[in-house]
Design a protein around this ligand. Structure first.
Ligand code: CA
Length: 262
């Protein structure tokens, strides 16, 4: 059997890979990079550093998940195909139970198949990039996701967000980006929260898929109208009593979606 030393790191290197590559400056947004291919991981980290960001590398899914559990990041770049825990499993676990439940996640996928993309978005990723990707494209997506996360926390810090909205059995607190279903708190990703908030802020108003794309994904033009359906499905699963008989987010056939009139 041939060993492949170039694709694996020694224990020493692996532990070093989990540390920030430069001295820690709190102002620099931190980005967790979970990628088993050393060449890609190092290239991504290098360019993130050149952008003034603080990358933290993880060489597999287990290392990535334990880092995500140990501290808060501003962005997570997560490869889909990883040895051990795969990207989808890691993504779901991060969303379910970690300090990074609402951190933007950019998923890297190796194949172009739509099913991969949908799988990534279904698991709670906010965006995806298909390999091979250009470094400019990666940095553009990174900036867009960081900007969104930054806007959300700035709103939160300045108390700019609107007062809590109570709507049927759910309660939305935009300042703290918290959603209560009955008395149970549910974790929504950035996009899930935006979608719910847009709809519930204007009950009875029908939003086309295109309108929701521009309101939720804003300047990101790579998503398709199908992403809206996927996102609606995910939000329904979290907030509806019976996702098959939705009471909050209603489908308007041939038009789009609306929150039910109160
Ligand atoms: Ca991989």
């Amino acid at each position: 059997m041939m060993a492949t030393p170039s694709s694996t790191l020694s224990k020493h290197e692996a532990s070093r890979a989990g540390q920030p590559m430069t001295s820690v400056q709190p102002e620099r947004p931190s980005v967790l990079v979970v990628e088993d291919e050393a060449r890609i991981r190092e290239l991504v980290s290098l360019h993130l550093q050149l952008e003034g960001l603080a990358p933290v590398e993880a060489i597999d899914g287990d290392a990535g998940l334990s880092l995500a559990r140990s501290r808060k990041f501003d962005l997570i770049i997560l490869d889909l195909m990883l040895p051990g825990l795969d990207g989808v499993t890691v993504c779901r676990a991060i969303r379910r139970e970690s300090a990074n439940a609402d951190t933007p996640i950019l998923m890297l996928t190796a194949r172009r198949e739509e099913s991969d993309k949908v799988l990534g978005l279904d698991s709670g990723a906010d965006d995806y990039l298909t390999k091979p990707f250009g470094i400019r494209e990666l940095l553009a997506r990174t900036r867009a996701l960081l900007r969104r996360g930054h806007i959300a926390s700035a709103r939160q810090a300045n108390g700019e967000a609107a007062a809590p909205v109570t709507y049927k059995h759910i309660e939305i607190d935009p300042a703290r980006r918290r959603v209560l279903v009955g008395s149970r708190e549910v974790e929504l990703t950035f996009n899930e929260f935006e979608l719910l908030y847009v709809l519930v802020s204007s009950p009875g108003i029908v939003f086309s898929r295109e309108a929701l794309l521009s309101k939720v994904w804003k300047d990101q033009t790579f998503v398709t109208v199908r992403s809206v359906d996927t996102l609606v499905k995910r939000v329904r699963k979290k907030i509806e009593r019976d996702p098959a008989q939705p009471e909050i987010i209603l489908t308007v056939w041939g038009a789009g979606y609306k929150a039910a009139d109160v």
